[in-house]
Design a protein around this ligand. Structure first.
Ligand code: C2E
Ligand code: CA
Ligand code: CA
Ligand code: CA
Length: 279
């Protein structure tokens, strides 16, 4: 139940399953996709609720499959986490994000933060921090723009190991956020142990706003927790004006969701960003 050399695990009840999660794609196809550059990053804007402007984005992976068309992450990320292919895919995503940031900059556009998802599986790679640092310097990425989003995935990980990598990356100026905050078994424990700067309220809590009193209480509590801990708080999955009004009223910092935009390819995102900057 434990990794060799580890004194304890995050939580023992959530061990990796013995069977891969019903793969709808094959591992071999993922290698082909990497080789033939079939992956693409889409961008979903993060809106500052005080100014109404786009201040950031989240990069989300898509797979342009030659026969099957656009494949969504839920259909290939779990498989790639199981096989470990998420490790090279994750490095690719950071490199691509760096290139896309360059395209933004050369078009006179700026972002405060760009969120990139990291799966805990990537932390099982001993050279994670080292490799990311190499990519960052190779691609000349401004580390202060990068914000890695951490989710408690179904894969267990030894937390001292994770903390070491996170600390190493933090020292380069990279920020971290806790994704899907409030849904996992160890949200609070991660918050206490890792130097995160942002909480992302899971969209399952945002969905019930403003009428579901349980959801409203939880969202209020996370916002006030973030404020007391001097962290930024972002609501995910904002779909309605009513949800937005509630979040604004309770002084949530930023929002992300279909109400503003779905994740879109870089050119469409640049158009939105340009319009927002000149508004
Ligand atoms: P996530 O990190 O929680 O990303 C947010 C997901 O919610 C995205 O789904 C996004 O399209 C969706 N979403 C955004 N706004 C709304 C909304 O208003 N309503 C609803 N119903 N959904 C909304 P997507 O792009 O399909 O990604 C699914 C998951 O796949 C992500 O969840 C993330 O865990 C994973 N993923 C995506 N790209 C990457 C990646 O590059 N690396 C890793 N490790 N995981 C990734
Ligand atoms: Ca995320
Ligand atoms: Ca920073
Ligand atoms: Ca999320």
């Amino acid at each position: 139940k434990q990794l060799p050399g580890c004194s304890y695990t995050f939580y023992e009840e959530k061990l990796p399953p013995n069977e891969p999660p019903a793969p709808s794609v094959l591992a071999a196809d993922i290698w082909t996709a990497l080789k033939l550059s079939q992956f693409e990053l889409y961008y979903q804007p993060r809106i500052d609720l005080a100014s109404g402007q786009i201040v950031g984005a989240e990069a989300l992976m898509r797979w342009n499959h030659p026969e099957r068309g656009l494949i969504m992450p839920d259909d290939f990320i779990p498989v790639s986490e199981h096989t470990g292919q998420i490790v090279p895919m994750g490095f690719w995503a950071i490199m691509q994000a760096g290139r896309d940031l360059k395209t933004l900059h050369s078009n006179g556009l700026r972002l405060e933060k760009l969120g990139i998802n990291l799966s805990f599986r990537q932390f099982q790679n001993d050279t994670l921090a080292e490799t990311i640092k190499r990519i960052v310097s190779l691609e000349n990425i401004d580390t202060n723009i990068l914000e890695f989003e951490l989710t408690e995935s179904s894969l267990f990980s030894d937390d001292l190991h994770v903390k070491h990598s996170v600390d190493q990356l933090c020292s380069t100026g990279i920020d971290f956020s806790l994704d899907d905050f409030g849904t996992g078994y160890s949200s609070f424990s991660l918050l206490q142990k890792l130097p995160v700067s942002t909480l992302k309220i899971d969209r399952s809590f945002v969905a019930g706003l403003p009428d579901n009193s349980g959801d409203a209480e939880i969202v209020r509590a996370i916002i006030s927790l973030a404020r007391n801990m001097k962290k930024r708080v972002i609501a995910e999955g904002v779909e309605t004006e009513q949800q937005l009004a509630f979040l604004r009223e309770h002084q949530c910092d930023q929002a992300q969701g279909f109400l503003y935009s779905k994740p879109v390819p870089l050119p469409a995102f640049m158009k939105m960003l340009r319009a927002s900057a000149s508004a």
